[in-house]
Write a protein that binds this ligand. Structure first.
Ligand code: IMP
Length: 435
């Protein structure tokens, strides 16, 4: 003990990277447990920019155990690019380990992701086109290629051939694409295996050892609660479980090792890709929030859809994750907007009202946020470092969220800088354990 899970509580892009980076300083190990290079975040440290898609940002602390867990799908080319980039920037990578049991994203997964979206046309999911869905599909079909397979040419070739066989009709249009030639692929992935060999490991024991020693282990999720394949807005979701429970399966630990679960949420809402979004703004206010918050994807550059804070969806995220604390990010983006609407219910088809997140897709697609208006503030809050530094109406906004969700806010983001964060008293316990 203790294990701390940090997950997205909305539709991803909540700013998990920054809080993981800050808390990683005190941790023994940081473990990514699902997703792949569909995720991404940027860390600015002493004026230098670091971009991450797969490697936990804890790697910036020399020697820290940074694990890509078995629940992640790994594009080895992307991982090697990230390793090379960090090495060029002088980062010590001795702490990096990749689970031998993690599944690989193969070139045909990328092609199938693109072709699948093209086939859906207007009904597309809006995936990141990184091959995530097809890779998880192969994992579930027992046709996946794992990281350890890259170390054995014979096994690798056999498994690639077996994985491609049932896909032949779908891959016919790409038959001339050299990236999916069996021999070439086997050669390329063997070479990736050689490059990654120093990092490939049996990773759960790293977590067990740290937990047994009473050291802090951070389990880092990607995407967010409403993109969860079971609990999100299916089919407009990612292909893995993004909720905190997935940290166990994706890292190889039991639920008893988890002490705290922090959900990360922006002070408003955003979503990329298609799917329901009950508090979405289609007007100048949506644009204003997008501009003020720099709401463009780190992985695909796509403009994010923006809307008001949705407490119905957040309450749901509290339940499906068992959140013990809320990391509220980007409060400063709302400065100057008043009044500030937040959704505490939904209106559905035929005037039906919902106070909890509706399970039915037809309802959810037509649900609109029922808004209550809170007072805004005009004061610059970017320099606030304690809750008392915030104007009264910003404090009221936080209190309202805590009351509605029934969990404490542990940190409040007031600007992009590392130091632009307020740690509330509710975070004291964990900060002390970690110290
Ligand atoms: P996929 O994960 O690439 O299959 O995309 C499925 C859905 O999840 C799409 O709506 C994506 O925009 C969304 N998505 C995937 N990764 C992220 C992320 O890191 N942040 C936000 N949305 C994401």
């Amino acid at each position: 003990m203790p294990g701390l899970v940090i997950v997205g509580a909305q539709w991803g892009d909540e700013g998990k990277g920054k809080v993981v980076d800050l808390i990683a300083e005190q941790a023994d190990a940081v473990i990514r447990f699902q997703g792949g290079n569909n995720a991404g975040h940027t860390i600015v440290r002493d004026g230098e920019t670091f971009k991450f898609h797969l490697i936990p940002s804890g790697i910036l602390y020399p020697g820290k155990h940074c694990v890509i867990g078995n629940g992640v799908v790994v594009d080895p080319k992307v991982l090697i690019g990230e390793i090379d980039g960090l090495r060029k920037q002088g980062i010590d990578l001795t702490g990096l380990k990749v689970s031998a049991n993690a599944h690989l994203i193969m070139p045909y997964h990328l092609l199938l992701d693109q072709a699948g979206e093209a086939r859906l046309g207007k009904r597309e999911i809006g995936t990141t086109k990184r091959g995530i869905g097809p890779a998880y599909a192969d994992k579930a079909s027992r046709l996946g290629i794992r990281v350890q397979d890259m170390l054995d040419e014979k096994i690798l070739r056999q498994k690639i051939a077996a994985a491609m066989e049932p896909k032949a009709p779908l891959l016919r249009e790409f038959v001339k694409d050299p990236s999916i030639d069996l021999h070439q692929m086997t050669e390329d992935y063997r070479a990736f295996g050689d490059r990654l060999a120093p990092y490939i490991a049996d990773t759960p024991p790293i977590a067990w050892k740290a937990l047994d020693a009473g050291r802090l282990v951070v389990l880092e999720g990607a995407q967010g609660a409403l993109l969860d394949i079971d609990h999100g807005t299916y089919p407009f979701v990612t292909s893995s479980n993004t909720v905190a429970g997935a940290a166990c399966g994706g890292a190889g630990i039991g639920p008893g090792s988890i002490d705290e679960v922090w959900g990360v949420a922006k002070a408003y809402s955003t979503r990329v890709g298609s799917g329901p979004f009950p508090t979405e703004l289609h007007d100048a206010m949506g644009e204003r929030i997008r501009d003020a918050g720099g709401e463009y994807g780190t992985t695909t550059g796509r403009p994010r859809r923006c809307g008001w804070l949705d407490l119905v969806a957040l309450k749901y995220a509290v339940r499906i994750n068992g959140l013990t604390g809320l990391v509220l990010t980007k409060l400063d983006v709302l400065t100057g907007i008043g009044p500030l609407p937040v959704a505490t219910g939904y209106t559905g088809p035929e005037g039906a009202r919902f106070e909890s997140f509706p399970y039915h897709q037809s309802v959810l697609h037509r649900a609109r946020g029922e808004l209550v208006e809170l007072a805004g503030w005009d004061e610059d809050i970017s320099g606030a470092r304690t809750v008392d530094d915030l104007p009264a109406s910003a404090r009221d906004y936080i209190d309202f969220i805590e009351d509605q969700l029934g969990i404490p806010v542990v940190t409040i983001g007031v600007g992009p800088g590392r130091e632009q964060i307020i740690w509330t008293k509710a975070a004291d316990g964990l900060r002390q354990i970690a110290a």
